[in-house]
Write a protein that binds this ligand. Sequence first.
Ligand code: NAP
Length: 550
Amino acid sequence: MIYSEHTAPNPQSPIKNNTPLRLDVAIVGAGLAGLYALYRLRALGFNCQIIEAGSGVGGTWFWNRYPGARCDIESFQYSYSFSPELEQEWRWTERFAPQEEILAYLNHVADRFSLRDDIIFNCCITSARFDTERNLWILTSSTGFICESRFCVMATGVLSKPREIHLNGQDHFKGPIYSTATWPEHPIDLSDKSVALIGTGASGTQLLPHLVDGVKDITVFQRTPNFSVPTSNALVDSAYEANWKSNYKALREEQFSTPGAVIFDVNSAKASEVSEAELKAEFERRWTEDGGLNFMRSFSDLSSDEASNAIAADFIRSKIAELVEDPDIARKLMPYGYPLDARRLATTDRGFYELFNRPNVRLVSLLEEKIEKVTEYAIVTDRATYSVDAIIMATGFEPMTGALAAMDILGTDGITLCEKWKTRPSAYLGIAMSSLPNLFAVNGPGGPGALQNVFSSSEMVVDWIAECISYLTKNDIKLIEADSEAESKWMEEVQNLAAKTLMIKAPTSGYIYTNEAGERIFLCYSGGYPQYRKHLQEVAEGKYKGFRLY
Ligand code: NAP
């Protein structure tokens, strides 16, 4: 059985007297983008509601409550910029906020701006149909809830649909199976359990250090070895807080001038131009004092120059060799075959590689042995049988497309979005899809996704959508739809930009979708925040260039 306790169907249907709820804008998802969309659209006078599958607000931060879950962007930056009052009153306690604190912040936002009254919880939208005669979207849930709305804003997140993996024989397993992506709210006691952790991406890597002391033993099943860097997390002191609070306006501008809408400590020197001693000193400093994603900013050419990137990757591999006592385990943990940061760099607040020195932690490399089956009490590979009492899946998500593809969204061309995206996920500006009039995705394929601070990019996109809906309403325009040619051109631009980065060199990653024909489609706009903002502005100023308005 897979444990999750957040999806109890709503016992009280929000439908009154069998009358569908009628809205100007239906917002799907009460994560950080959905909450801001409600705030913004309601202020413009639209009748709107959020429909949310979970029992609370927070989206990703509501579901991913596994021990150790924490953001890798600094708290003062990973937050809303729309309200100076909110910026001043909220108190972040840690430099990198843990999940509980981000969830508390989002709950505070929901209360402070009285958003909760306009949120329908425990209601998972399963289908969306466009009524071409009445120009309305009809949204249906598994419990029969029906809402009709002129516009839909899909605020369904970048990483919200867990990747469902089903191991041979998994149903026979007698113990619990947990997922980091739907972690239970109640504490779990694993103290007398042999635990299997499958997956060593950002989530598995963060979870492991918080698990090792509370289990009998743990076997980590690793497929692709990951680069992991320690985070120098700390409590927020009053000087640090005062600096942010007295300079927020300027610091936000600085954030928005960077590619990811994140201020990093960037060293302007190039790795290709400094001595070996300087390289080592800077990497060491970043590793011990200023880690996390700042490690990639040790030198300015690590993301652009393959040779410089390889020097940084070698440094991390040398750290693994230094930290891990058993050379064979160290070898298995060393990532090869893709540039550093081409797959999201993992960050942990309590170390990672050194945990494999512990007597109760075992590593199984799935590159060297294959899982054959799960039995009642074990995971069996082609080399050994590993007895386990509980399994934790940290196997990731279907990024950017998963949540929307899972909804049965039918286009006016008679094709579902899921079918269309099987071959080629695409959205004009990452926001709109041809044959889906009046429907906007805040974080669709072709948008910045996880390459930008998702608070900043979501605020920008929601502002753009809100202004677009206002424009249509003021000008009595009934429908807006992405032109299919503009959509294809946009995705071409997304591929061209990606081709200039090292991220495209990863055989697999969360940024790349590979279709059945083996074609690789880069999902994220990598041109950076300022350039993306410019595109959005130009489209709006050009009276929605690339869209059909009628
Ligand atoms: P992920 O990075 O996609 O990692 C999933 C892991 O599961 C990988 O190790 C993957 O191996 C493995 N896996 C998948 N299918 C498998 C299978 N069938 N058998 C064995 N192993 C399998 O997912 P995630 O760790 O949940 O992280 C997703 C994203 O969330 C990150 O990229 C990041 O953007 C975000 N995140 C951020 C933070 C943070 O802010 N610090 C924390 C957590 C998550 P392969 O690599 O071989 O596919």
